[in-house]
Design a protein around this ligand. Structure first.
Ligand code: 21W
Length: 262
């Protein structure tokens, strides 16, 4: 999959050279090509912007300079995406849809704004990465490349892709590794039991409870009922453990010992 990036700040894409994305590029699974829009300025000072018609503060990036940059990578089969705060918010469904393309041309937005005529001429889709203001479309372009590249065959291990489709619709279950006790918090006993049926059930429940507490809007009425049931059962078990523990302490410690810290 080929990505052409049209930008005034090609230096900002340095991070792509130090990640999973770099691995994918060296394996020729993806190809990232940076085009500096400024290289297409015909001005002797390499100027790319001018004052807005109608007046007002700020500057506007010229249509002709952006168009010439686009012409240098033009491809009838490519989809041209304009990263802009006015775009539709990127989501996982859109990421998967874009991953089917052979060639994406990404035009990075700029706080100055770009002359509308070149946008009308070349842009197929306008995409934002969320409702907050950034200084430019460069970080959003990297977000898009990172998220789309994961779906290019061979970039991710088969296991990661399978895991992801399995957990679709709910958040991940909680994970634990050594040590078995950390600041007095123990790893859930079932995970060290070796009983894979129980472990599977615990992970399903953990995933449902995590979703219920953090993103309840992702759950159906049915799933919400189930999550509440799991949580109340958990609370009941905790209460029982504490009561048992309390009686155990009462049986084994003197009154003085019980009044001092355990
Ligand atoms: C910030 C662009 C402000 C434009 C009149 C007309 C790309 C982005 C961006 C930016 C303005 C994305 C103006 C989430 C983002 C991006 C920079 C407004 C002034 N006045 N997703 N135009 N958030 N941001 N321009 O900011 O380019 S995707």
């Amino acid at each position: 999959m080929k990505f052409d990036i049209l930008t005034l700040f090609p230096e900002m894409f340095e991070p792509l050279k130090h990640s999973i994305i770099q691995r994918a590029e060296s394996k020729n699974l993806i190809n990232i090509n940076l085009i500096n829009i400024r290289d297409f300025s015909k001005d002797k000072h390499k100027k790319v912007d001018d004052t807005p018609y109608g007046g007002g503060a700020g500057m506007v990036v010229r249509a002709d300079v952006v168009y010439d940059a686009y012409k240098s990578v033009q491809d009838e089969k490519a989809k041209v995406i304009y990263l802009s705060p006015q775009g539709k918010t990127l989501n996982q469904a859109k990421v998967q849809e874009l991953a089917k393309q052979e060639h994406l041309i990404l035009l990075c937005g700029h706080y100055e704004g770009i002359d509308q005529r070149v946008l009308d001429e070349i842009v197929d889709e306008e995409i934002s990465i969320g409702d907050y203001v950034l200084t430019g479309g460069e970080l959003p372009a990297m977000v898009l490349i990172d998220s789309v590249s994961r779906y290019v065959e061979g970039v991710l291990s088969e296991d990661s892709v399978k895991e992801e489709s399995f957990s679709k619709g709910t958040l991940e279950y909680s994970q634990y590794t050594r040590p078995e006790a950390f600041l007095g918090r123990r790893v859930p006993e079932v995970l060290t039991s070796g009983n894979h049926k129980n472990i599977d059930e615990w992970r399903k429940n953990s995933s449902l409870v995590n979703t219920f507490t953090k993103r309840p809007e992702l759950l159906s009425e049915e799933e919400i009922k189930k999550a509440k049931k799991i949580i109340s059962e958990e609370m009941w078990n905790l209460r029982k453990e504490n009561i048992d523990g309390y009686h155990k302490i009462n049986r084994t410690r003197t009154i003085e010992e019980q009044n001092s810290r355990p």
